[in-house]
Ligand binder design. Structure first.
Ligand SMILES: NC(=O)c1ccc[n+]([C@@H]2O[C@H](COP(=O)([O-])OP(=O)(O)OC[C@H]3O[C@@H](n4cnc5c(N)ncnc54)[C@H](O)[C@@H]3O)[C@@H](O)[C@H]2O)c1
Length: 304
């Protein structure tokens, strides 16, 4: 199939492109940034919001993965107009282009953030049926909820098909250096201090980026049409567990400094990806520990 990937030069997008190419698809990356990795696919350097360019480029394509967005929530906070333009507005542009070109389906990268701070009964899992955050406390959340709603509107009003993929917290090769896992790895390697808010018992659900990319590809199946899927890891990992796992893999003790807890540093409810397993046969291939072993090994190779 012919697949266009907006944001295909980015962290997650580059892995999705790898998996799509391995599966034999013809892939075109559409991004503002040049691809950083050698991949046997086409590339167009352009803005998703340039509807004419996007429409002429995607003629005769079957699927569009819309992964381009402002994914860094701090940058979103600093520059809300521009970030929303690249996140919610860009989704409208992709949907309009899909309508004009009769694209079979738009595959939207979304996030677990749309559930909000997910407080409440910790024993109850979050599923795709769990409602959107009623009072989103971040612009990124509101922008991603808008993007999802635009997909639903385009289905109802213009019969444009979609699949929404809600990712957990990705980690692994090619991650931005300012995210928690690469920071911890590099500080332990350099004997530098790690700062932990609160007592480190707060948990998050991480998903290994290679598993996440496979999950994205699984969503091409017809069963995923006009459906929403959580694509997440299966373990809740506390901050202290991240450090302990890294200490064991690297073989070095971390220097930890505990500081005051962040406001609203919730413990985290479990997000279930059971629907993706049942309907698409996708589940993470690697345990957290196995994924981390692979990542640390590659991290050390690339940084030495
Ligand atoms: N990284 C995470 O923690 C995370 C978690 C959940 C969901 N997501 C979502 O997954 C997707 C990919 O995230 P990522 O971490 O790979 O981000 P990234 O920043 O690494 O990649 C995003 C890419 O989109 C491109 N881009 C942005 N605006 C564009 C525009 N208007 N036109 C063309 N290209 C544009 C950028 O140049 C970049 O290459 C995003 O939609 C993000 O919101 C990310």
């Amino acid at each position: 199939m012919k697949i266009l990937v907006t944001g295909g030069s980015g962290f997650i997008g580059s892995h999705v492109v790898d998996v799509l190419l391995t599966s034999g698809h013809e892939v075109l990356i559409y991004d503002l940034e040049e691809p950083r990795y050698k991949q046997n696919c086409g590339f167009v350097k352009a803005n998703v919001n340039d509807l004419d360019k996007l429409t002429s480029t995607s003629k005769n394509f079957d699927f569009i993965y819309h992964m381009a967005a402002e994914a860094n929530v701090n940058r979103f906070y600093q520059n809300p107009l521009h970030s929303n333009y690249n996140t919610a507005n860009s989704t409208l542009s992709v949907l309009e282009c899909a309508r004009k070109n009769n694209i079979s389906r738009v595959m939207l990268s979304s996030t677990e953030w749309i559930y909000g701070s997910i407080e409440g009964d910790e024993n109850q899992s979050i599923t795709e049926e769990t409602p959107y955050a009623q009072n989103p406390d971040h612009l990124y959340t509101s922008s991603k909820i808008s993007a999802e709603l635009f997909c639903k509107n385009y289905k109802t009003l213009y019969d444009v098909n979609f699949t929404i993929m809600r990712y957990g917290i990705p980690f692994g090769e090619r991650a931005r250096p300012e995210t928690v896992t690469p920071i911890f790895i590099s500080r332990i390697l350099k004997n530098e201090e790690i700062t932990i808010h609160g007592d480190g018992s707060q948990t998050r659900q991480f998903v290994y980026v290679r598993d996440l990319a496979e999950g994205n590809a699984a969503c091409l199946k017809p069963e995923a049409e006009n459906q929403i899927f959580n694509i997440n890891g299966r373990e809740k990992i506390s901050v202290l567990q991240i450090v302990k796992t890294l200490e064991e893999i690297i073989g070095k003790k971390a220097k930890i400094k505990f500081i005051e807890d962040r406001r609203g540093n919730y413990k985290g409810r479990f997000i279930s990806s059971e629907k993706a397993e049942k309907l698409l046969g996708w589940k993470p291939k690697y345990s957290y520990r196995e994924a981390m072993e692979r990542y640390v090994k590659n991290f050390i190779n690339w940084n030495s």
